[in-house]
Design a protein around this ligand. Sequence first.
Ligand code: MLT
Length: 403
Amino acid sequence: MARLPTVDLRIYPDDGDSYGHVNQAAFLRLFERARWEVLARGPGTDVFARSGAWPAIRRAAVEYYAPAFPGDLLSFDLSLTHLGRTSMSMHQLVRRSADGALVAAGHFVAVCIDARGRPVPVPDEVKEFFGIRPATPEDSVRQLVVRGGIATFESQGDGAAVLFVHGFPLDRTMWRAQVVGLAGWGRVAPDLRGFGLSDPPPGPWTIADHADDLAVFLDELRIEQAVVCGLSMGGYVVLELARRHGSKIRGLVLANTRAEADSPDAKRARDGTIEAVRARGSAALTESMLPKLLAPSTVATRPEVVGHLRSMIAETRPEGATAALAAMRDRFDASELLSEIRVPALVVVGAEDAIIPPQTQIDLARRIPGARLEVVPGAGHLTPLEQPEAFNRLLADFLESVR
Ligand code: MLT
């Protein structure tokens, strides 16, 4: 979906209640004003009149996060979360322009009706405006409020959904080759809480919180079931999603990951890393992790991958990294769950993974009934980034079998 224009609206005294806040009725009006303004900058405010289909709001829900006052300038972002034949679901976020603070979020479902009140198709011009192909990867980046925090994600393509869950200390952009390159599926890659452009809520949090976030995120996008693909920490989250929200999973792809919990030594090492990040920020992660994440051949021949990895690590916020390190340290052992997995599964192993031994990953595959196992040569811990073509081929084959 294309990124739609952000609309700035000034708050006037008549938007306030007797306490001087913008009251909830005013918010409904402001959300509506912002939606019309977006249309004014696209197909025009007369687009519905021209096509004989008027949008009637069937559902409106507003969540309030911070007060706004007359004189404030507010920024409204709009994204389409679902486009049906006659209906559109929209999500709006309002921030205070001065400091970017989240003020409110709105969810609206509109049904197009004709002059006699009968549902009619969403006009083509409106569909085109909302649905044009993204010109750049940045254009496909969108935001939603999930369990009180802003979740940033990118999505491309239509059809059955594949959800990509990144590893540590990375972000959604590690899946760019899959989001861009995998045709025929709706590809969705979120930044987990505390990573990339998603908010770090006050910690601590758990791997189960990440899994619950994803369940709500899928609901918000009206995705009932997805093939879920997680790398390393993303694999821990995906296994937790399978345990807690199994009905949402249509197939599982586990890359460079394991099911076991941290050993006592690994827990102590996590505590050391948490201290190092508190003292020196993300530089501590670059020093300790960068040398181990990639296969030597990737480091020697793919400077762009090394650069991308370095920038993902450098941009990881210390509070996100420390909360996730603690969440990984305290995660449950998912080994018992493996024999109960009843959906198709693919396990992808980096032949030169220096963080999770390949044999551990091979054992993981053997414990999931019917799982496919693929060992990718020339890949370290980040197979989808290091060997994108091989990974995409394996994934596309697997997805065909799930379809
Ligand atoms: C990751 O790549 O997500 C991490 O290496 C996982 C971990 O530290 O256990």
